[in-house]
Design a binder for this molecule. Structure first.
Ligand code: GLA
Ligand code: ZN
Length: 676
């Protein structure tokens, strides 16, 4: 998709020469060459420079930058600058300034600060995108378009309120239907007229931490704001497309809570995202997030748009990436489907809040630094890889369902526990697959389930129309489905499906959950196996929530070990059509899940890519009948990996070495084995 422009893994990142003089830029260009950098993302925050007033546009300085980059053979990912509006616009047109969750009107400042329903923002953002596209559509350096920057945040202003009412009218048709869908008979909330409805701010239904009195209105406001920002993105997208066929993206943020990225990805030519794990983020969490970003467009390769070469500035403790880690994490992105490796930032700014954010070129200004050396080494390696891996795909038989509506509903829920975190639950299951070296896709509810043998839906609390039917068909045709406690409870407007939990999933799972117990943080129960299943035997601990379930046709594999519900089922399997549906009624310890998933996969014939020691991550990308196995050693010490017969004689693309039956992966090292 992006590689007709230049067929290699792009290497570079955010570059802000508007912050310094031309001589500095010349130095940068010299060093980019040394580092093998071949793409620069420019014009991310230059709206004020381009457009100093209502009528004037200055592009000459940007022409110069693009031309110089082009002369040096560096391609450009061209941003539209609409991630932060100019001061004059905020002064002259107050509608562009957001109103925050406490209904305070924002003043000028910050970024990602424009109201999505501001006529001013929409008009000037679209116009700017149009002018940029018209001017640079044929520029030889142009490789991709980058709209705005990290869309996010909500607005609660009058324009948004009015647009919300229109959105609701379209969605519900009548105020009666809305009252019903939102259950406004509760607390006498009946709305008489559309005008009665105000955004669910901290001054109406919501309070600290995003909790709400009325989940339905809060949920709809999230949908609405996500769509509103998407509309802004689409205005720019269409403006650019009128002139240019070059791929268009905007940089996403992984599991960022506020936007429904599955909906967004439909309007992006290529997904790109900014990956900022901290030193203590589990590597499996980063792997999962890459897989989610790849899943947004059905497995199409994505762009790693930003990562730091060394440290962040915005975390509480901004540790340095240890030697080798930047390279390792770069290849981790590639191993999960990235076709670019890009940084924020190429040169460190000297003022404002990002001056202590890592960069390829540090404040010292020369290339004799640890970070630069590591970047340059990686740059040289990526040149050697040529186009070998580009557009190769990962194929998985296992998938995890991820859904933003479901996450919103869980986050907004008042009860049963504040400790339930959707992303952590998804990660808990992902890690069980990851530790077993089972390649996994993260998919949305609209994706094709039949491509998979195993689908796990952790805490599928909300069942939207058609979803239970889709799961039912998947299982009946022979698939294995796993879900957990607190699933199947509500419909798409957060109204409980009456008649017993897990609602529409009840016949598929063959269980009825009568009650849900929330455990204090230091409390636990246990999972007592009734018989051995694979490596599972004896007792394991569980915590967080315990559903008190009755088997209604499902086979009981384990029971609770304590409390008044001791002896009630906690792990069940229901044969349903040709397949089976598992229910895990509590939150098991890691060891339990790893063994359970290993056995379920084995039963389904889903094989690990290979057996690697702990801390060694394995993925496989393939194209044109060629397979590439990535071995990523996250340990500090070398790891020995026994290779299956198919990999005997394979060649490591990075070192050029041929393999026998055992591969030695250096500490924090990477091997990319091409099967012969
Ligand atoms: C984000 C932004 C960048 C920069 C980095 C810093 O990803 O897109 O502009 O602020 O964070 O980590
Ligand atoms: Zn607004």
């Amino acid at each position: 998709m992006i590689h007709d422009k230049f067929p290699k893994i792009w290497y570079g990142g955010d570059y802000n020469p508007e912050q310094w003089d031309e001589a500095t830029m010349e130095e940068d260009l010299r060093m980019f060459k040394l580092a093998g950098i071949d793409v620069a993302t420019v014009n991310v925050f230059s709206w004020a420079r381009i457009q100093p007033d209502e009528e004037t546009y200055h592009f000459e300085w940007l022409d110069k930058i693009l031309n110089r980059l082009d002369e040096e053979g560096i391609k450009v990912c061209l941003a539209t600058s609409t991630g932060a509006h100019p001061a004059w616009m905020a002064r002259k047109y107050p509608d562009i300034r957001r109103v925050d969750h406490n209904l305070l009107k924002r003043q000028f400042g910050g970024r990602h600060n424009s109201c999505p329903h501001s006529p001013t923002y929409r008009k000037f953002a679209e116009l700017l995108a149009d002018k940029l596209a018209e001017r640079y559509k044929d520029h030889p350096a142009l490789a991709a378009w980058h709209i705005a920057n990290e869309y996010g945040g909500y607005c609660y202003c009058e324009n948004c309120a009015a647009a919300f009412r229109v959105w609701l009218q379209k969605r519900y048709g009548s105020i009666e239907a809305l009252n019903k869908a939102w259950y406004t008979s509760f607390w006498g909330h009946t709305f008489y007229e559309w005008e009665d409805i105000v955004p669910p701010s901290g001054m109406s239904e919501e309070w600290g931490g995003g909790r709400s009195n009325f989940q339905s209105i809060s949920l709809d406001y999230r949908r609405f704001q996500s769509e509103s920002l998407l509309d802004c993105y689409r205005l720019e997208y269409d403006a650019i497309k009128k002139h240019s066929d070059v791929a268009i993206t905007t940089n996403l943020m992984g599991t960022y809570p506020e936007l429904d990225y599955f909906a967004w990805a439909k309007h992006m030519d290529v997904v790109s995202w900014d990956s900022y794990p901290s030193l203590d983020t589990p590597v499996s969490m980063t792997a999962m997030t890459h897989d989610l970003m790849r899943g947004l467009k059905g497995g199409q390769p994505f762009m790693l748009m930003e990562q730091t070469p060394s440290q962040q500035n915005w975390q509480a403790y901004n540790s340095l990436k240890r030697p080798g880690v930047m390279r390792l994490w770069s290849y981790q992105a590639v191993a999960h489907g990235a076709d670019t490796v890009m940084f924020f930032q190429l040169r460190r700014s000297i003022g404002a809040c990002e001056k202590y954010h890592g960069a390829v070129i540090e404040h010292v200004g020369h290339e004799h630094t640890r970070v630069f050396r590591e970047c340059a080494e990686l740059g040289q390696e990526l040149v050697k890889l040529e186009d070998k891996l580009l557009d190769s795909r990962l194929t998985s038989k296992a998938a995890i369902l991820y859904d933003w509506d479901n996450r919103w509903a869980i986050d907004l829920s008042s009860g049963p526990t504040i400790a339930l975190n959707y992303v952590d639950q998804v990660h808990h299951y992902y890690k069980a697959l990851y530790d077993n070296h089972i390649q996994t896709d993260l998919i949305g509810l609209e994706d094709d389930f039949d491509r998979y043998e195993l689908i796990i839906a952790p805490v599928l609390y909300m069942i939207k129309p058609g979803v239970a039917e889709k799961i039912d068909a998947f299982v009946k045709r022979g698939g294995t489905f796993i879900t957990t406690f607190f699933s199947g409870i509500v419909n798409e407007t957060d109204l409980v499906t009456v008649g017993g939990y897990p609602g529409k999933l009840r016949p598929i799972l063959g269980v009825w959950a009568e009650e849900i117990d929330a455990l204090f943080p230091d409390a636990s129960n246990s999972i007592v196996m009734k018989q051995t299943y694979g490596g599972l035997t004896g007792e394991y601990s569980c915590n967080l929530l315990c559903d008190l379930i009755h088997a209604e046709g499902a086979e009981v594999l384990a029971e609770y070990g304590s409390d008044f519900y001791k002896g009630m089922p906690v792990l069940t399997r229901n044969r349903h059509g040709e397949g089976e549906a598992w229910y895990i009624a509590s939150n098991p310890e890691e060891k339990f899940l790893k063994k359970l998933i290993a056995q379920i996969c084995q039963d389904k014939g889903i094989k690990p890519l290979l057996n690697a020691p702990e801390g060694v991550e394995v993925t496989e990308r393939s194209k044109d009948g060629k397979r590439f196995t990535f071995l990523l050693n996250h340990n500090a010490e070398a790891a020995h990996v026994e290779l299956p017969a198919a990999l005997h004689g394979a060649k490591d693309l990075l070192s050029g070495l041929g393999m026998n039956d055992v591969a030695v992966v250096p500490g924090r090292g990477v091997l990319i084995l091409e099967q012969v």
